[in-house]
Design a protein around this ligand. Structure first.
Ligand SMILES: *Cc1c(COP(=O)(O)O)cnc(C)c1O
Length: 491
């Protein structure tokens, strides 16, 4: 029997399971008079036929989705070393608090007098993030990191306009996350890429040359950069930019590398987004939800999105009358549940705990680095902070590439690292273990990666066919991209 089940070729779609007449749920008898839809709904909006929805029983539905859910890999199962994404464990206490009835049932249109507790919570989170970043004010509105970038860059544009300046250029190092140039263009700027130094860091001389012209609005820099390497010249860069009337935007997605140790405010940063769903442990993946608060320096405070939460005596107000504002960047106040979880995380760890979090993240990344340096290429050898970027240069000599390594890792029971990013490392394998992992899990991962490096030398063909143990084997990714099948059709 169980053998028979394992031979099930694949999980059928819920549409294929459909059996005419099968019902999963019965509604109680109608308590109100039936209305002819034609009487109240425009003709054009009415369907001629009922949609081809699957007809399934409750048990069909439960089994189908439960089986699918077992195919998932999650942080609750094991190491999730997806570099740059900071896939840390989400403590259950955060979930408990986000689900308290008073929080869960809040409505965004409740009058201010009835949501004082929610506003107090947001105020407290703003104060906490202000302390972490060393910057005076924070907006909690943005929905994710990329949205935070846009919010920050719109504030910079507004600040320049307020001075009567229309600077066009935004400088971005070639190691940047793709969202940075996309944001700059979206905010109406032109991007100038700056090549990194041989150490993978910001080229301060190139920067100086670019800002001479006076047309530079800002530098967008990630610290530590996407190689997991601290930018030693960041404060110098900030001073140079400010001297020429330009701004420093910091991509704060890597904040996990220095919470409680260093403050962007002291480095001269004007705006930084914080990915609560990375650093502050709110769940993410699969496209959301997220939250990307932005902390700003005094020069950008007048341009914060509205409403701004202010404490007046012991009451909290939502202030919208701010002439310099960029306006709203989101309906209402963002993903409130994410804010609750982040504050719960911050409060449960406290100042010392947050520092220990960062130290753990850096220690773990360096432990993995030490464990794998003998097996994988390391193009940039500067000290690693919270992540380390290896490459497939040793394996590609045997015809094995990072994709083969990533797929083989599935057979060893791990989620693969981030691949092919940052772009300045060919065949990149970007590993970020986070502080959530204990030494046993790290050792098991290192062992698996070493075993794969041996396989690459001894049996490269094996790696080309991987994975072997997953419900779906190696896919034709080119065909999937070129000829995507996005919709099931009855044949
Ligand atoms: C994750 C990340 C972003 C984008 O954040 P989202 O919340 O996914 O929009 C930007 N920059 C870096 C370096 C990142 O790692």
């Amino acid at each position: 029997m169980s053998e028979h089940r394992n031979l099930r070729e694949r999980e059928r779609l819920i549409f294929e399971v459909s059996t005419p007449g099968r019902i999963g749920y019965q509604l109680p008898p109608l308590e109100v008079p039936t209305v002819d839809p034609g009487a109240s709904i425009a003709e054009a909006a009415l369907r001629e036929e009922i949609a081809d929805l699957p007809e399934v029983s409750e048990v069909d539905v439960i089994r189908h989705f439960t089986r699918l859910s077992k195919w998932n890999y999650s942080v609750d199962e094991g190491l999730y070393p997806l570099g740059s994404c900071t896939m840390k464990y989400n403590p259950r206490i955060n979930e408990e608090l986000a689900r308290l009835a008073g929080i869960l049932h809040l409505h965004p249109l409740q009058p201010v007098g009835l949501v004082q507790g929610a506003l107090a919570l947001m105020w407290e989170l703003e104060r906490a993030l202000s302390a972490v970043t060393g910057l005076p004010r924070v907006t909690l509105q943005p929905a994710a990191g990329a949205h935070g970038e846009l919010t920050g860059m719109l504030m910079i544009r507004k600040a320049l306009q307020a001075r009567g300046e229309h600077r066009k250029l935004v400088l971005i190092p070639d190691s940047a996350h793709g969202t940075n140039p996309a944001t700059a263009v979206f905010a109406g700027f032109e991007v100038v890429e700056i090549a990194s130094t041989g150490q993978g860091t910001l080229d301060i001389n190139a920067l100086r040359k670019h800002i001479e012209g006076g047309n530079v609005a800002a530098l967008m820099a990630t610290v530590p950069n996407t190689l997991g390497v601290f930018e030693p010249q960041i404060a110098t860069a900030a001073a140079m930019l400010h001297d020429k009337g330009a701004f420093l935007y910091m991509d704060g997605a890597n904040l996990n590398a220095f919470v409680g140790i260093a403050q962007p405010g002291k480095m001269g940063v004007d705006a930084i987004h914080i990915n609560l769903h990375k650093t502050f442990s709110t769940p993410h993946g699969g496209g959301g939800p997220g939250a990307g608060p932005v902390a700003v320096s005094d020069s950008l405070v007048p341009h914060l999105p509205v409403p701004v939460i202010e404490k007046v005596g012991d009451r909290f107000e939502m202030v919208t009358d701010r002439p310099g504002t960029i306006g709203k960047v989101r309906g209402f106040f963002g993903n409130f549940g994410m804010l609750v979880r982040a504050l719960a995380y911050i409060r449960s760890l406290g100042r010392d705990g947050l520092k220990a979090m960062t130290e753990g993240a850096v220690l773990n990344a360096n432990y993995v680095r030490a464990g794998l340096e003998g097996s994988y290429g390391l193009k940039y050898t500067g000290p690693s902070l919270h992540e380390v970027v290896f490459d497939d240069s040793r394996q590609s000599a045997h015809g094995v590439h990072n994709i083969d390594i990533a797929k083989r890792l599935l057979d060893y029971g791990f989620h693969p690292p981030t691949m092919s990013f940052p772009l300045i490392v060919h065949g990149a394998l970007m590993i970020e273990p986070t502080e959530s992992e204990g030494i046993q899990e790290l050792d098991a991962f290192i062992e698996a990666m070493r075993a794969i490096a041996r396989e690459a030398e001894e049996d490269p063909e094996l790696l080309h066919g991987a994975p072997y143990t997953t419900p779906v084997r190696r896919l034709d990714e080119v065909r999937a991209a070129r000829q995507p099948v996005l919709r099931w059709r009855r044949t």
